[in-house]
Design a protein around this ligand. Structure first.
Ligand SMILES: Cc1ncc(C[n+]2csc(CCOP(=O)(O)OP(=O)(O)O)c2C)c(N)n1
Ligand SMILES: [Mg+2]
Length: 296
C-alpha cells in the first residue's frame, strides 16, 4: 500500500479505543491506549485494571472500546489475562492478542506479584504499563514509580525515594521482550507493540504517559514533556530481548534536567525564586547515571 492509501485507511478506520471518553485534555494515557490498540488490531482482548483508563473509558452505556474489554481489580490484571490465555489454550481457540494493562500504581505496587507470576509461568500475554508516576485516579498519591523529588498528595515535601526500574526487573525474569516508549513518538510505540505481539510468551512495554492534572502542566505540553524526559536521560528508551539490551534510542542533544522539571508544577518547589535547589542536582545525577548505564 502506498503512503497516501495508508493514510486514508488510517483516517477512515474506526479507532478500537474510540473518542468520546472522559479523560482530561492532554492525557498521555488516553493517547497511549489509542495507539496501543490501533497497533494491536481487532483480534485483541483488553484486560484493564482499575485506574484512570478504566474509569474514563468504560462507563455504561457509552464505553470507548470496540474490542472485548475486561475490567479487573486494581491488583490483578496480569492474573486475569493469564486466565484468559489459559482458557483460550484449553478451548483450542485463538490465536488472539491478550493485552493486560494498568497504571503505574497497579503495576509497580499492588499488582506486582501477579505480573511476576505471569512472567514466570510464561503466559503468552503482553503487559502494558501506562506510567503517569502516581495514583492519579484517586488523587495523585505516590507510587513506587513516582520519581525522586516529585510532589504528590502523599509526598508534600517531595518524594524521598527513587523510581523502581520495572523494565529491568521484568527483563531479569528472562522474558523474551521488554521495551520502553513515550507518546511523543507514535511510530516507535506502535512498532514496539507490533513486535511484542509477534513474539510468543510474556512481554512487557512500559510507556511514560504525562498527566497534566497530577504533574501540573497544561495539556498541550504532553508531547514536549515526553521529549524532554528522553532528552534529559530521565526516561531511557530501549528494547531488551531475552535479557539483552538490543536497541537504545540515543539522545542527539542532551538537555539539563531543569528544562524538564521547570515545566511541571509537581517540581516547582525544587526551585527557589527560579534558582535550582540542590535537589535538582540529585535528579541530574539520576539522569547522568541513566545516560551512562544505557549508553544514551
Ligand atoms: C485493593 C484496592 N485498593 C485501592 C483501590 C483504590 N484505587 C483505585 S485506582 C487507584 C490508583 C490507580 O493508580 P494507577 O494504577 O497509577 O493508575 P492511574 O489512575 O494513575 O492511571 C486506587 C488506589 C482499589 N480499587 N483496590
Ligand atoms: Mg498512575
Amino acid at each position: 500500500m502506498n503512503e497516501k492509501a495508508e493514510e486514508l485507511d488510517r483516517v477512515e478506520k474506526k479507532d478500537l479505543f474510540g473518542s468520546g471518553h472522559r479523560a482530561c485534555g492532554g492525557c498521555g494515557q488516553a493517547l497511549a491506549a489509542r495507539l496501543v490498540h490501533d497497533a494491536a488490531g481487532e483480534n485483541t482482548i483488553a484486560c484493564v485494571a482499575t485506574g484512570c483508563l478504566e474509569v474514563f473509558s468504560s462507563p455504561y452505556p457509552d464505553p470507548s472500546w470496540r474490542i472485548p474489554f475486561l475490567h479487573s481489580l486494581f491488583e490483578n490484571p496480569a492474573a486475569v489475562a493469564s486466565g484468559v490465555e489459559a482458557a483460550y489454550k484449553a478451548l483450542r481457540k485463538g490465536p488472539v492478542n491478550i493485552i493486560a494493562q494498568a497504571g503505574d500504581g497497579s503495576t509497580a505496587d499492588i499488582g506486582f506479584q501477579c505480573i511476576s507470576g505471569m512472567f514466570e509461568r510464561g503466559h503468552n500475554v503482553l503487559y502494558v504499563c501506562y506510567d503517569n508516576e502516581a495514583y492519579m485516579n484517586t488523587g495523585v498519591q505516590r507510587s513506587s514509580f513516582t520519581p525522586y523529588g516529585a510532589w504528590t498528595s502523599t509526598t508534600p515535601m517531595g518524594n524521598p525515594t527513587r523510581k523502581k526500574n520495572l523494565p529491568l526487573i521484568a527483563a531479569d525474569h528472562g522474558i523474551p521482550y521488554v521495551a520502553t516508549a513515550t507518546v511523543d513518538d507514535f511510530r516507535d510505540l506502535q512498532r514496539k507493540v507490533k513486535t511484542a505481539l509477534s513474539i510468543e510468551g510474556p512481554k512487557y512495554i512500559h510507556i511514560l504517559v504525562p498527566c497534566p492534572l497530577g504533574w501540573g502542566h497544561s495539556g498541550e505540553l504532553t508531547v514536549k514533556i515526553c521529549r524532554l524526559a528522553k532528552d534529559t536521560g530521565l526516561f531511557p528508551i530501549f528494547e531488551i530481548r531475552e535479557g539483552k539490551i538490543t536497541n537504545v534510542q540515543k539522545i542527539s542533544v542532551k538537555v539539563p534536567v531543569e528544562e524538564y522539571l521547570k515545566l511541571q508544577g509537581r517540581f516547582r518547589f525544587l526551585f527557589k525564586r527560579g534558582v535550582p535547589t540542590e535537589e535538582v542536582a540529585v535528579i541530574q545525577k539520576i539522569a547522568n547515571q541513566n545516560i551512562e548505564r544505557f549508553n544514551l
